[in-house]
Design a protein around this ligand. Structure first.
Ligand SMILES: NC(=O)c1ccc[n+]([C@@H]2O[C@H](COP(=O)([O-])OP(=O)(O)OC[C@H]3O[C@@H](n4cnc5c(N)ncnc54)[C@H](O)[C@@H]3O)[C@@H](O)[C@H]2O)c1
Length: 289
């Protein structure tokens, strides 16, 4: 498969990432199908796309016709068969569970012609293991987008043990077509960004637990001292404390390295359901906002 041959992209999952990836592909001129398990999930995927775009229209930054155009190239469906029919490239963004992902890959492997490349947006799971559920491990890679997908420039391209150079080249070309900047990463826990960023956030929880400084001062120190646009706790609240903890657990499990031990305070906050902005409370309280 060559970049010029790609016309239709299938996105599996219409959650935070799936919807953002579908929007990104549509904006780059592709025909997109977006599949989720129920009509409600598909519809909320469209809402995730529509609401921020319509906010831009209200602020005069975008024309309503452009929003309609983006939406019109995305077809929502609950049928897997319909989702992959005619697709030249599949990007999967379903739940971060190996069992769920393998099941999806086994099914689509039967439905898609052999030349179709499969890309997983996994944050932490083994691309090699997912690829082993298919008959095309050479045409399988990780394409790790960042949230929000339409805005964030980076895609980490993850090469599994069997991924071919042709597949990596195609994904690289596609990333540029989507207006992104790819970096190539060998399969390893946390890839590059999460391996560096999440342990830094984890260590901020250790500092807080030890009473070294207040949460506000830890955030202030990192923003003013390193020019980070958000402090580690603001970032943890934005991305979700549960997501951060899950990444630390994978890093710790895969490497056994004590540097990656999840902070007890981070774990305690997750147990207390202080998951961040999405529930109104994490390190900080947003319930009055
Ligand atoms: N949230 C992030 O910041 C982020 C960033 C990069 C990568 N990721 C990865 O992206 C993937 C999706 O994460 P998310 O945050 O969008 O999760 P999410 O929970 O918001 O969305 C997942 C969606 O997948 C759907 N789904 C489950 N099984 C399905 C199936 N068989 N077919 C179609 N849809 C199915 C669910 O109904 C749900 O709507 C995960 O692998 C995650 O690790 C997440």
């Amino acid at each position: 498969m060559k970049l010029e041959e790609i016309e239709r992209i299938c996105v599996l999952g219409a959650g935070t990432m799936g919807a953002g990836i579908a929007q990104t592909c549509s904006q780059a001129g592709y025909q997109v199908t977006m599949r989720d398990l129920t009509e409600e999930f598909v519809e909320s995927g469209f809402e995730r796309i529509r609401v921020p775009l319509e906010r831009r229209v209200r602020r005069g930054k975008m024309a309503q016709e452009d929003v309609d155009e983006i939406i019109s190239h995305i077809r929502g469906t609950t049928s897997l068969e319909e989702a992959v029919r005619g697709a030249d490239f599949v990007i999967e963004a379903v739940f971060e569970e190996m069992g769920v992902k393998k099941e999806v890959y086994q099914e689509i492997d039967q439905l898609c012609p052999p030349e179709v490349v499969f890309a997983s947006n996994t944050s932490s799971l083994s691309v090699t293991e997912m690829a082993s559920a298919t008959s095309r491990p050479d045409r399988f890679l990780g394409m790790h987008f960042f949230n929000p997908a339409p805005v964030m420039k980076l895609i980490e391209l993850i090469k599994g043990s069997e991924t071919s150079d042709e597949t990596m080249a195609l994904a690289r070309d596609l990333s540029f077509r989507l207006g992104k900047e790819p970096v190539v990463v060998k399969e390893s826990a946390g890839f590059v960004v999460n391996r560096l960023l999440v342990p830094m956030m984890n260590e901020a929880f250790n500092l807080l637990m030890e009473g070294v400084a207040t949460a506000e001062d830890i955030d202030k120190a990192m923003k003013l001292g390193t020019n980070m646009p958000m402090g580690p706790f603001e970032l943890a609240d934005f991305t979700g404390l549960d997501v951060g903890l899950a990444v630390m657990e994978v890093l710790y499990e895969e490497t056994g390295d004590p540097r990656f031990r999840p902070s007890p305070l981070l774990r305690q906050y997750v147990r207390a359901k202080r998951l961040g902005r999405k529930v109104g409370r994490g390190v900080y309280d947003y319930r009055g906002d």
